[in-house]
Write a new protein. Sequence first.
Length: 168
Amino acid sequence: MTWEKHLEHWIVGLRTGWLDWFFIALSWIGSFGLVWLVIAFVFAVTRRRPLIFLTVLVADLAADLLADAGKELVARHRPFETQLGPRSSTHSLPSGHAATSFACATVLSHFVPRYRVAFFGLAVFIGLSRIYNGMHYPTDVLAGALLGVLTALLLLAAVRRRSRRERL
């Protein structure tokens, strides 16, 4: 058994019945970046900056599409023996939840840097929930996180470039 399977089994072995609902809920709110879209909408409305919501939406969609493409290319099987919550029949590498969460956390941190620790903390917990729930191996989540951050950084660079052009 590889180090990764040992780590995944160790994390799954930490399950405590009274915490299962929490990690299932984290996975649920991370689905399709729902929690991130709600957070972005609140900040966009309260700060009267629709660009916040629009950029988070684009980051969410781009990271999700790229994660789906990665799953098709790699075709790695999930750790099916111990899943909590709704089952998934797609491949596991990279984690789409981690990709969208880290993409959105990166974009939100750019616009609202005061809350960056909270944003990335939530992204980490959503990623961890995917391992705890038996849906992903640790490297699936790490690959998704890296994909999400890179997607967001490229998007933010494009947004900055466009806004510089508009000022000229």
